[in-house]
Design a protein around this ligand. Structure first.
Ligand code: PLP
Length: 380
C-alpha cells in the first residue's frame, strides 16, 4: 500500500496493511523474513531490487519503516537496533556546541546519553521542567537546535504540552522531538501537534510481546536533519535486524486493539489505587486530579497502559508490595501483554529523582478485575 492510500484510512486499517503486500514471487500473504545481507547486482552494474547491502536497507526494515511512517502520518521513518540507538542518532546528527533542552522528567537513559556520551563530545544541554512552558522558553539559547520532550514521562507520567513546546522551539529556529514510547501513535499524534521528529522504543508497545529490542524515528519532513539521521543510521550501523523488524511490524497490526485494552485496564487499576488508603499518590494522566490531566485530555487520544503509584512508607514498604503481587511480574521494561511491576528508583540509581516509594506498573492485557484484586491483596 502506498502512503497516499493509507493517509485517508483509519489507523486500525493502516496498522494492518501499511508495508504489507502479498509476496510477488511466492504469493505468501504473511511477510517473508529476508536474512540476506547482500543483494544481486545486474550485469550493467545496477541493483534491480533497490537493495545493495543490509546495513543500508533491507526488505523487512523498509516494510517496517513504511508502516511506522504511515502510522504517524510522517514523511519517512528509520528503524534502529534499540530505542537508545534512535535517541543517539538524533544527537549524533547535531554539531558539537549545539544546545539541547531535555526534560527533568525523562527516561533515565536519555539523561545518561547526554551526560556521559554527548557532553564529552561537545553537546551542551539543559535539564528543564518541560511541563512549564515558561521554563522551556527561558532555557532557549542562541545555539539551541533541539528541544526534546517525553510525554507521558517515564516513570512519573509528567505531561508536557507538545504544541506549546513546538511553538517555542520553532520560534527559536530549533526542532522539537517527542519520545512517544508510552502513548504510541495511537495514543498521541505528535507530528500533527507540531513535532518535527517522534521517537519510539519499539521494544515496548510496538513490539508488544517483550521479545524484541528495537527503536524508531519518524520525521515530519525529509529535510536536511533527516538526511543526516539517515547517514548516521547506515554509517554507524545501529540498524534493527530483519527478525526484529518482522516482529515489530507484526506487532503493529494489533497495536490499536492492544492499546485500547491496555488503557481500559490501566484506567481501572488507577481508579482503584487512587482510592486505596495505603497509596500516597497515583500517577495516571487519565485521573482528573493529575496535574497534567487537562493538557493530556487535549493532546492524547488514549491515556495509555502505564501507571505509577507511591506506597505509604519507604522503599522497603514499596518493594514488599511488589514482592506480594502474583499476576504482575517483577521485572523491568513495559508495553508487553503481561503486567509488570518495577521499583524504579533501585534501577535508576541513587542520583535518580524518582521517589523511593514509587512502583511503576505496565498494565497488561489480563482481565482488569484480576489485576485490581492482585493489587488489593498485595497492599493488604
Ligand atoms: C525503554 C525506553 C527507552 C529506551 O529504549 P530501549 O529500546 O530500551 O533502548 C526510551 N524512552 C522511553 C520512554 C522508554 O520507556
Amino acid at each position: 500500500m502506498s502512503h497516499d492510500t493509507t493517509h485517508a484510512l483509519h489507523l486500525e486499517t493502516v496498522a494492518v496493511h501499511a508495508g504489507h503486500a502479498p509476496d510477488p514471487t511466492t504469493g505468501a500473504v504473511a511477510e517473508p523474513l529476508h536474512l540476506s545481507t547482500t543483494f544481486l547486482r545486474a550485469p550493467d552494474g545496477t541493483y534491480p531490487s533497490g537493495y545493495v547491502y543490509s546495513r543500508d536497507r533491507t526488505p523487512n526494515r523498509s516494510a517496517l519503516e513504511t508502516a511506522l511512517a504511515a502510522l504517524d502520518g510522517g514523511a519517512d521513518a528509520a528503524a534502529f537496533s534499540s530505542g537508545q540507538a534512535a535517541v543517539a542518532a538524533v544527537l549524533q546528527s547535531l554539531a558539537p556546541g549545539d544546545h539541547v533542552i531535555c526534560p527533568n522528567a525523562v527516561y533515565y537513559g536519555t539523561k545518561k546519553l547526554l551526560a556521559q556520551v554527548f557532553a564529552p563530545w561537545g553537546l551542551e544541554y539543559s535539564i528543564v521542567d518541560t511541563t512549564d512552558l515558561e521554563a522551556v522558553r527561558a532555557a532557549i539559547r542562541p545555539r539551541t537546535t533541539l528541544v526534546w520532550v517525553e510525554t507521558p514521562s517515564n516513570p512519573t507520567l509528567a505531561i508536557t504540552d507538545i504544541a506549546g513546546c513546538a511553538a517555542i522551539a520553532h520560534a527559536a529556529g530549533a526542532r522539537l522531538a517527542v519520545d512517544n514510547t508510552w502513548a504510541t501513535a495511537l495514543g498521541q499524534r505528535s507530528l500533527a501537534l507540531g513535532a518535527d521528529l517522534v521517537m519510539y522504543s519499539t521494544t515496548k508497545y510496538y513490539g508488544g510481546h517483550s521479545d524484541t529490542l528495537s527503536g524508531a524515528l519518524v520525521t515530519a519532513r525529509a529535510d536536511d536533519l533527516w538526511e543526516r539521521i539517515r547517514l548516521v543510521q547506515s554509517s554507524v550501523g545501529s540498524v534493527a535486524a530483519p527478525f526484529d523488524c518482522w516482529l515489530v511490524h507484526r506487532g503493529i497490526a494489533s497495536l490499536p486493539c492492544r492499546l485500547r485494552q491496555h488503557t481500559h485496564n490501566a484506567e481501572m487499576v488507577a481508579a482503584f489505587l487512587d482510592s486505596h488508603a495505603r497509596v500516597e499518590a497515583t500517577h495516571y494522566p487519565g485521573l482528573p486530579a493529575h496535574p497534567g490531566h487537562d493538557v493530556a485530555a487535549r493532546q492524547m487520544q488514549l491515556f495509555g497502559g502505564m501507571v505509577s503509584f507511591q506506597v505509604q512508607g519507604s522503599a522497603a514498604d514499596a518493594l514488599a508490595v511488589a514482592g506480594r503481587l502474583r499476576i504482575f511480574t517483577q521485572a523491568t521494561s513495559l508495553g508487553g501483554v503481561e503486567s509488570l511491576v518495577e521499583h524504579r528508583k533501585s534501577v535508576e540509581g541513587p542520583e535518580s529523582p524518582t521517589p523511593d516509594n514509587l512502583l511503576r506498573l505496565s498494565v497488561g492485557l489480563e482481565h482488569a478485575t484480576d489485576l485490581v484484586e492482585d493489587l488489593r491483596q498485595a497492599l493488604g
